[in-house]
Write a protein that binds this ligand. Structure first.
Ligand code: T3D
Length: 268
């Protein structure tokens, strides 16, 4: 289970108040993502998916950065022609991770304690909610090494900030500071650096005490909306709301409202 994870080489994990916090832990490389880190992240996702006590996942970084993206000092797999085989790296590691992360049935929070660059930026943006410390920044650094944004970046960025800003971020590789990122909708809240860790824990604990199964259906509905027209989406909402109406948390929410007391959700 999550609070009993052994043998992780690149992650520092902790659990409190229903919140699993996973800190990328290679501060000397600004938490660059290595093959080992991908393996460790898979182990963490296995644990999170199988531990019902975990009702919110926080992804953050140790040291002064959130994540500097792919470890550029690590050898990439080579194809038969001897050229770097980036497609395999994406197929084996990044893409399955992004798919699993976005399909988790609990809220996911990226807590940007510092710079998020390259794939590090995009892994943050695929989380449900992004929080940032005042000194954090987001950099689509890929152009510096003549790559396009991956890990979902070309899908997410235009949807969040619009085509023009997305392409400007990609083509210039300029960093966006935390306040601007909040203005542009990339970040939900910015906190002072000094209190960031405790502010994130308080925020995440609130989510973890929420109606977890309903949150999962919110994600399902929002994700379905990208390829639905309004009429089809109304049907999605009807079907999911029917499920919500049969849940214990709905009954508890209504009872709490009637009793003028805070609801005590179990997540079911
Ligand atoms: O298919 C595939 O597998 C390809 C997938 C690609 C996905 C990607 O993520 S591509 C983009 C990769 N990331 C980058 O291009 C960013 C590289 N890093 C930087 O541009 C800068 O480090 C930062 C802007 C993030 C921060 O700059 P600064 O000046 O604050 O720090 P620094 O001095 O550059 O970095 C500190 C140390 O971390 C330094 O090591 P040293 O010299 O002290 O021994 C630096 O080399 C190391 N480091 C930073 N980023 C990476 C890294 N080491 C390996 N990989 C990194 N990505």
């Amino acid at each position: 289970m999550f609070d009993n994870l052994d043998g992780l080489q690149t992650l520092d994990c902790s659990f409190a108040e229903g919140v699993a916090t996973v800190a990328l832990n290679r501060p000397e490389r600004l938490n660059a993502i290595s093959k080992q880190m991908h393996a460790d992240l898979r182990t963490v996702l296995d644990a999170v998916e199988n531990d019902h006590a975990v009702r919110c996942l926080v992804l953050t970084g140790k040291g002064r950065a959130f994540c500097s993206g792919q470890d550029l000092t690590e050898g990439l797999p080579l194809g038969p022609d001897g050229e770097p085989d980036l497609a395999t790296a994406l197929d084996e590691d990044y893409n399955p991770f992004v798919r699993r992360l976005t399909q988790l049935k609990i809220p996911t929070v990226a807590a940007l304690n510092g710079i998020a660059a390259g794939a590090g930026a995009n892994l943050a943006l695929v989380c449900d909610i992004v929080l940032a410390a005042q000194s954090a920044s987001i950099v689509e650094a890929f152009r510096r090494i003549a790559l396009i944004p991956d890990a979902g970046g070309t899908w997410l960025l235009p949807r969040i900030v619009g085509r023009s800003r997305a392409l400007a971020m990609m083509m210039t590789g300029e960093g966006i500071d935390a306040e601007t990122a909040m203005d542009w909708g990339l970040v939900w809240k910015v906190y002072a650096d000094a209190s960031f860790a405790s502010d994130v824990q308080a925020f995440a604990a609130e989510l973890a005490a929420g109606p977890t199964a309903t949150f999962a259906m919110m994600k399902q509905a929002v994700d379905a909306s990208w390829h639905n027209d309004l009429s089809a989406q109304l049907d999605v909402e009807r079907d999911l709301q029917a499920v919500c109406g049969g849940q214990a948390d709905f009954a508890e929410g209504v009872a709490a409202f009637a009793g003028k007391r805070p609801a005590k959700f179990t997540g079911k």
